[in-house]
Design a protein around this ligand. Structure first.
Ligand SMILES: Nc1ncnc2c1ncn2[C@@H]1O[C@H](COP(=O)(O)OP(=O)(O)OP(=O)(O)O)[C@@H](O)[C@H]1O
Ligand SMILES: [Mg+2]
Length: 327
């Protein structure tokens, strides 16, 4: 059983606009009000909600720890998660706070404007963490680290130490790269109790003060993490792990194991990283090596990126296995 701690955010998309509206005072004008023939799309988002949803779609048991507002978007989000089978015992509703939202406007010229309200995600702190849930989980994923101010850094360390009291393996994703970045110095106490450290290449470079990929991965292992997993977009992922206290290869060649991505036609990259995390940790839980788990995770993420509408709903074991072993 999995526990995922992270953000739950409703994404609102207004896409494919002929032109971006321009702000021109408080009256509607031909420039400030743009007619649009497509409806606004509402989508489940936030790293915690996405990963928990993906794990549930892949058929495993998962509890989400997070916050929602006491509002209609919070109700909508909760319904989506419950329908997918995500356990919601530790998702608190915060009266007086709004559910976190990101409104994303984009036009046909590829311009993008986004408005984010952190809402209830900011309210999540150590008091949301149930120690029997943490200790009873096989794997604990803490995601959205930079944008969970109530857990950063001490709450996160306490959470991982709690996991260490049981047999719970710990994973942290230090993305997304927004807000105050998570630097190695801040993360050191957390790394000592982290089994899997996950992020993308850019986030690793920021975290390690600009280190080159392999050197950056080694620095994270030297900091105490058991295994480093770096996501590389279409190129897939690279993993490096510690064995018996030594920094060792996850692959057969004596260096980090580069695990190529699947070649698919990309429809959306929203949710790619979160579904990768779900796939990686599910495979680990089922006994896969880090390298095997990265391959499964690439297939999970490729299934998501190649699906245009409600991409996380495309996830199932069968869909992922079809990509891994086409008949
Ligand atoms: N164009 C693509 N083709 C195939 N697979 C992809 C593509 N883009 C992303 N993926 C898959 O999704 C995974 C995660 O994507 P990415 O490397 O962008 O991580 P991230 O930045 O953490 O995620 P996100 O962009 O969702 O925040 C990759 O490791 C890969 O498996
Ligand atoms: Mg990315």
């Amino acid at each position: 059983m999995f526990t995922v701690v992270g953000t739950a955010t409703v994404d609102l998309f207004v896409s494919n606009l002929a032109a971006m509206p321009r702000s021109e005072g408080d009256e509607f004008t031909v420039d400030s009000l743009v007619f649009h023939d497509q409806p606004l799309r509402t989508s489940l988002g936030g790293n915690g909600a996405n990963s928990a949803y993906a794990l549930a779609r892949l058929g495993t048991t998962v509890e989400l720890v997070g916050g929602l507002g006491d509002d209609h978007l919070g109700n909508w989000m909760a319904d989506q998660l419950v329908d997918a089978g995500v356990g919601m015992q530790s998702v608190r509703r915060y009266p007086g706070k709004g559910t976190a939202t990101t409104l994303i406007l984009s036009d046909r010229q590829q311009n993008r404007l986004a408005f984010h309200h952190e809402g209830a995600n900011r309210a999540v702190d150590s008091s949301s963490l149930d120690s029997s849930l943490i200790r009873g989980s096989d794997i604990l994923l803490l995601t959205s680290y930079p944008i969970m101010p109530g857990l950063r850094p001490q709450g996160a360390v306490e959470l991982f130490r709690e996991a260490g009291q049981g047999d719970t393996r710990t994973a942290v994703d230090i993305g997304p790269a927004i807000g105050e970045p998570a630097l190695l110095e801040e993360l050191r106490p957390l790394l000592a109790c982290t089994d899997y450290f996950i992020c993308n290449e850019h986030e690793l470079a920021v975290c390690t003060g600009g280190a080159e990929l392999t050197a950056g991965m080694a620095a994270v292992l030297e900091g105490g993490a058991g295994c480093v997993v770096i996501k590389r977009g279409a190129a897939g992922a690279v993993v490096l792990q510690r064995e018996n206290g030594d920094i060792a290869s996850a692959g057969p060649t004596g260096g980090p194991a580069f695990v190529p991505g699947f070649s698919v036609e990309v429809q959306t990259t929203v949710g790619a990283g979160d579904s990768f995390n779900a796939g990686f940790l599910l495979a680990v839980q089922e006994g896969a090596s880090a390298e095997q788990a990265a391959r499964f995770a690439n297939a999970v993420a490729a299934t998501v990126v190649s699906t245009p509408d409600r991409p996380l709903d495309a996830l199932s074991r069968e869909a992922v296995n079809r990509l891994i072993e086409p008949t």
